[in-house]
Design a protein around this ligand. Structure first.
Ligand code: 13P
Ligand code: SF4
Length: 303
């Protein structure tokens, strides 16, 4: 049954010239029909290089907006319109415009998990895999980092020469994991290495053997000689790693790291979107595209 749906998707995407992008938090059956899978940085670069006339994002809204900003001439679909990112919606343009007024000599660094509208007043975007590298390269020593204070604190620790101001935003999914969750997981799997996403709180990050983006965690686990790993990011990564490395063992850090928005997209949504009965076409004004693009281009240039 799943195979029949996948076959239909494969022939429709070819017929309609649709490039399917899937964030690595998507379900296996979606990843199998995608043309490209990766973390948010890799997806934005893949989108900018794509030659297809249409792109479908299986991920969350800000990722589809990023594709539209980079490829305004393309028709960009979000496979399931309810898939938003609560962190991206925490801070709006008005709020940040007023913060900027009080910090006029700061460079505003926006995590890519922000709305297109907010990006229009930021200087440079970063993703979890590029944040440290990009912040190091910014000439200004004064940085306002938003919205994720956990990722911001992680970056600040790696780049102590910069003065980094943070705001109280973050990922409700990763931030829900506590030091106690880590202690329980480590007690259950004493030989396992702990790999965590920098969206986790600093006490959790401090206990990790490796800290990195979704793809950083996957790469580390695949290359490592170790045999057991506790995975401190969305639960799908534990599943994908177990599938790809059957001779190793992967454990969830906590049952709490499940992103309902990333799980909102189903294989049927992908099919419906291709058949024209589902999904949403992303529309952004020319002004938003022009202004938001500057900070994404700067990210690609520096990253
Ligand atoms: P990555 O940048 O690691 O893909 O993370 C995106 C995200 O939404 C993490 O919660
Ligand atoms: Fe947003 Fe967190 Fe879900 Fe990532 S895991 S999409 S940051 S809510």
């Amino acid at each position: 049954m799943i195979k029949n749906i996948q076959d239909r998707i494969m022939s429709l995407k070819k017929e309609k010239d649709v490039l399917i992008l899937a964030h690595s938090y998507q379900a296996r059956e979606i990843i199998e029909v995608a043309d490209f899978t990766g973390d948010s940085f890799q997806l934005s670069v893949a989108a900018s290089k794509a030659t297809n006339s249409k792109v479908m994002m299986c991920g969350v809204r800000f990722m589809a907006e990023t594709v539209k900003i980079l490829s305004p001439e393309k028709t960009v679909y979000l496979a399931n319109p309810i898939a938003g990112c609560p962190m991206a919606e925490q801070m709006d343009k008005e709020l940040i415009a007023s913060v900027k007024k009080s910090l006029p000599d700061y460079t505003v660094v926006a995590y890519i998990n922000t709305t297109a509208e907010l990006k229009t007043i930021c200087d440079v975007c970063v993703t979890s895999s590029s944040a440290v590298k990009i912040v190091k390269k910014i000439e200004n020593n004064k940085i306002l980092f938003l919205p994720d204070c956990n990722l911001g604190q992680y970056v600040a620790a790696q780049v102590p020469e910069k003065e980094i101001k943070l705001l109280q935003g973050g990922c409700p999914v990763h931030a829900a994991v506590t030091k106690q969750d880590v202690e329980i997981a480590k007690a259950a799997h004493p030989d396992a290495l702990l790999l965590v996403h920098p969206e986790c709180v600093p006490e959790v990050v401090a206990m990790a053997d490796y800290v990195g983006s979704t793809s950083g965690i996957m790469e580390y686990a695949k290359k490592s000689d170790a045999k057991e790993f506790i995975i401190g990011t969305e639960m799908s990564i534990t599943e994908h790693l177990q599938y790809e490395c059957p001779d190793k063992r992967f454990y969830y850090l906590s049952k709490k790291i499940l992103c309902p928005n990333m799980k909102a997209t189903t294989l049927i949504d992908v099919l419906n979107c291709l058949e024209g009965t589902g999904g949403e076409v992303i529309t952004l004004s020319e002004d938003v595209i022009r202004d938001a693009r500057k900070c994404i281009d700067r990210m690609i240039e520096l990253g």
